[in-house]
Write a protein that binds this ligand. Structure first.
Ligand code: ADP
Length: 428
């Protein structure tokens, strides 16, 4: 169940919150709440998405049936669609056999089946298969004898057709990330449970040395360590077995090059810069700061989810520009120079500045963007950004010591939550 999944506290909590709708189906029905039909888990391979889906079946006392997107892709038109139909039928039958009221269908690699339409050469076949999935999901009713929940997984959420993400389909998205140090320690403990470890084995150190490893990597690491012990005809697994296994897994799995210490330090300073400016402009909203890579980002700052916002005031846009600049400025102030890591941030800042100009918030007054000459637009964007940059520079400089301290802590622990962060910088 969920206890055998290490780290992933946020994902587990969000996932279980969604599943409570399934557990409490009759209450939902009574209140007329639309049934939850689909949950999409997204994140890098080997992080526990399949484990989460299986645990969900146990948690909700549901029958469990798994499939992979690639099983539905066929040369011959109509075959994929037929397989989708049969999958839903089999799930209902299985639940009936097991005398369960609910069935969970897990579809791994959903992007293969539900990729953006019209992009494949044999697009007709893909379209039919995807359409059939939509038909099946739209057909799920609350008053059916057996309720069906589809849990899908992907590591390329950007490739998933938008039609699948609409309300009433996969309308819950849960992000499953690579584990940080504490998460890795938790996973190592789970996988060494009941195995004979030498008293000197220090899993804490193993966790520290495995930056960038997924849960699946850690599982194979523990297995390799045990194999090492067996080769030496020993009855216990020693620390040296683990250390050897780390190298083996790193080389064998061609793990993405792990960053150097200097790079990690830079990422830490950069993220603390973003987080500090965010906290000063919008107190209480930093939820987590981490240097564990996520997608293409080297680290990130997560903000507490707030209601979707449609209107932004001038101050809010200026604050967002400041937050975007915070990373690069912190690198400059603390480490003496900037790096290429900030280019996305700058694009973001430019976009925000243009939005301000288009909304008549700049010195140009109310303008038609199409008629603002390029040079003038450029100059106005620069001036808006420079005004904020000057303030960010002063703020970061004033907090320099604190930033260094928090970055050092972050380098050690890899992530801090919002409350910890606020108390470390003295803003709580
Ligand atoms: P995904 O579906 O995200 O690709 P899986 O759930 O199939 O990954 O994980 C593969 C294996 O790796 C699992 O069977 C388990 O042994 C190990 N594993 C992955 N993530 C975790 C985790 N968070 N906690 C414990 N074990 C994990």
């Amino acid at each position: 169940g969920f206890d055998d999944i290490g780290g992933q506290e946020v994902a587990k909590r969000e996932f279980m919150e969604a599943l409570d709708f399934v557990k409490d189906a009759s209450h939902c029905r009574q209140l007329g709440i639309r049934p939850l039909k689909g949950i999409l888990l997204y994140g890098p391979p080997g992080t526990g998405k399949t484990l989460l889906a299986k645990a969900a079946a146990t948690y909700t006392n549901a029958a469990y049936l798994a499939a992979s997107g690639s099983e539905f892709v066929e040369m011959y038109a109509g075959v994929g669609a037929k397989r989708v139909r049969s999958l839903f039928q089999r799930a209902r039958e299985l639940a009936r056999q097991q005398a369960k009221k609910c069935a969970i269908i897990f579809i791994d690699e959903i992007e293969v089946l539900g990729g953006k339409r019209g992009r494949h050469t044999s697009h007709l076949e893909y379209d039919q298969t995807l359409n059939q999935l939509l038909v099946e999901m739209d057909g799920i009713k609350t008053d059916e004898e057996i309720s069906i929940l589809v849990v899908a997984a992907t590591n390329r959420v950007d490739l998933v057709d938008d039609a699948l993400l609409r309300p009433g389909r996969f309308d819950r998205l849960v992000s499953v990330e690579l584990p940080d140090k504490a998460g890795r320690l938790h996973i190592l403990k789970i996988h060494t449970r009941g195995k004979p470890l030498d008293a000197e084995v220090d899993l804490e150190t193993v966790a520290k040395e495995t930056f960038g490893f997924s849960g699946a990597h850690l599982e194979s690491l523990v297995n390799e360590a045990a194999i090492n012990a067996m080769r030496q005809r020993r009855d216990v697994i020693r620390m040296e077995d683990f250390l050897e296994a780390i190298d083996k897994v790193m080389m064998g799995e061609k793990l993405d090059r792990t960053p150097t210490k200097a790079e990690k330090e830079r990422v830490a300073v950069h993220e603390v810069g973003h987080a500090l400016i965010s906290e000063i402009t919008n107190p209480g909203y930093v939820a987590r700061v981490t240097i564990v890579p996520r997608g293409r980002a080297l680290g990130y700052v997560r903000q507490s989810p707030s209601a979707d916002q449609y209107l932004y005031t001038r101050k809010e846009l200026e604050d967002q520009i400041a937050v975007a600049l915070g990373g690069a400025v912190a690198e400059e102030v603390v480490l003496g120079s900037r790096s290429t890591g900030a280019s996305n941030d700058f694009q973001q800042a430019v976009k925000l500045a243009k939005r301000m100009i288009a909304s008549g918030m700049s010195e140009l007054g109310v303008v038609d963007m199409k008629e603002v000459p390029g040079v003038l637009l450029h100059r106005t964007v620069s001036s808006l950004i420079q005004q904020r940059e000057a303030w960010v520079q002063r703020t970061i400089a004033a907090y320099r010591r604190k930033i260094e301290q928090v970055a050092a802590y972050l380098l050690q622990e890899e992530s801090v939550d919002g409350t910890q962060f606020r108390s470390l910088v003295g803003l709580s």
